[in-house]
Design a protein around this ligand. Structure first.
Ligand code: AKG
Ligand code: FE2
Length: 471
């Protein structure tokens, strides 16, 4: 008996209930091993482990159902282990179990008593017998086990009632759903954490580089080497933003530039227009039959240039004048008109001059124009007065009129609104040249012997025309 009790008690799906101390003292109750659902102080326990019955007990339960002792296959079994003298007071079986239920008696025969008011009925349960209890016997009558005469085992088979079973199934489903939802939340939280970590490391990576203002700028930076932030923000992005308005007000070549272009732009000549902007010099260059290859860093200006030069032998491409994408010695002439003053370091201005002469053939001619520090007010239409050599010059980007496109590309971060003028004020960076500075730069930085053909003041700019003397 003890061995059996231990064996069953260690079965994982069982509940072993020893007799509580006060009950044990009076020998009330018995050791119980319960499989499947059972009740404990009127609460159903283990309802979701209905499959928990050992195969041997299940076989007995099925046989009871087949024999018609039970109406359906039981899903729980309580094994009662009685020592001699142990007993159970009158009670009613928990209504959360279906009727009928059945008790199989083993080991020793035992009398059980039924009572209903003053009525009493006793039944002797023989070894191997099955007692079916249902109807009034189960609910109107109480039953009890008087002190057993000998050690005894009984097996009571029950089936959880349909509503209770349904209730527990719903609870089970809900708890499974809660569990699943919790698992999903946990997984999502983990993913969010991982993502945040990735993003943080990305931001770190980005901020450890000198942050590019936009992708185009970043791309240019990568392909052209270092471009100071001031040029990207205050030259490149400004021209990108103002391109249509810029084009609208500057569409004619300056006369002395046009004269130079005409001189060099003969049939068969190949001319470079470096920093071409909206290509206002294109006609002057190409009208004599020359072919022109132009470049600029502003895509919006290049788009205008391409549009404006349809039908001309004029090609324009996106390139930085400090790193020209052409072979050395291929051009007969080069124009660098109002470009040098937008380059913010001496090193880059020197690079631009050197590159211009590199792509020229020997005897090739170049014309440079750069904004003058010394503005001769009576000559200069701009009327600027500069305080120093490196300045920010405001450009009023009108938010109205025929050259305003509200859908045009983004304005630079530094733009300020001027409500009175209904304009955005953009600041263009300029390095303004002092007298002789441009000529000295050309002589110094050409990287090859050059001859200065002319140096003069025109349109508020210093101008230098020079010829490459050797390769
Ligand atoms: O052992 C028996 O015969 C009856 C047991 C019983 O009534 C019970 O477990 O509720
Ligand atoms: Fe009972």
């Amino acid at each position: 008996m003890e061995r059996l009790r231990l064996r069953l008690a260690t079965s994982s799906s069982s509940s072993y209930t020893p007799i509580p101390a006060p009950f044990a003292e009076r020998q009330q109750s018995r050791v119980m091993l319960q499989f499947g659902a059972y009740t404990n102080a009127n609460r159903v326990e283990n309802a979701s482990r209905l499959e928990g019955m050992p195969a041997s007990l299940e076989a007995v339960g099925s046989r009871l159902a087949r024999a018609g002792v039970l109406d359906a296959t039981p899903d729980s079994c309580c094994v009662n282990l009685y020592e001699r003298g142990q007993w159970i007071p009158p009670h009613r079986d928990n209504p959360k179990f279906e009727r009928p239920f059945a008790t199989v008696s083993l080991r020793s025969a035992q009398r059980v008593a039924f009572e209903n008011g003053s009525r009493r009925v006793s039944i002797v349960l023989g070894v191997g017998s099955a007692l079916r209890v249902g109807g009034e016997a189960a609910d109107a009558w109480l039953h009890s086990v008087p002190p057993v005469l000998d050690a005894r085992i009984s097996l009571t088979f029950r089936r959880l009632s349909a509503p209770t079973r349904e209730k527990f199934r719903a609870i089970d489903t809900a708890s499974a759903e809660r569990k699943a939802a919790k698992a999903i939340r946990k997984r999502e939280a983990r993913q969010a954490k991982r993502l945040a970590k990735l993003e943080a490391s990305d931001v770190k990576k980005q901020s450890s580089r000198s942050a590019p203002l936009d992708l185009v700028a970043a791309e240019k930076k990568a392909s052209n080497g270092y471009v100071p932030e001031v040029e990207i923000e205050h030259v490149w992005r400004v021209y990108d933003a103002i391109a249509p308005q810029w084009h609208g007000t500057r569409y004619k070549a300056w006369p002395r530039v046009a004269a130079f272009a005409k001189e060099v732009g003969v049939v068969g000549a190949v001319v470079a227009d470096i920093g071409c902007g909206n290509a206002k010099n294109a006609r002057a260059i190409c009208q004599g039959g020359a072919t022109c290859v132009a470049c600029d860093v502003s895509r919006p200006l290049l788009e205008i240039a391409a549009r404006e030069t349809k039908g001309l032998a004029y090609e324009c491409l996106d390139a930085d004048a400090t790193r020209l994408p052409w072979r050395s010695g291929v051009f007969d002439a080069a124009l660098s008109i109002a470009v040098l003053h937008h380059v913010s370091t001496l090193c880059r201005r020197r690079a631009m001059v050197r590159e211009t002469f590199r792509v020229l053939r020997v005897e090739g001619r170049a014309l440079f124009y750069a904004w003058a520090y010394e503005q001769r007010e009576f000559e200069a239409r701009s009327g600027h007065r500069f305080e120093s050599a490196d300045v920010l010059v405001p450009f009023h980007f009108r938010r109205h009129g025929e050259y305003y496109d509200p859908d045009a590309s983004a304005v630079p971060d530094h733009a300020k609104v001027d409500e009175a003028k209904n304009a955005l004020v953009l600041q263009r960076y300029c390095h303004v040249f002092r007298e002789d500075e441009l000529a000295n730069l050309v002589l110094d930085a050409a990287g090859t012997p050059v001859r200065i053909d002319a140096a003069y003041y025109d349109q508020g700019n210093w101008a230098v025309a020079a010829t490459k003397l050797a390769s």
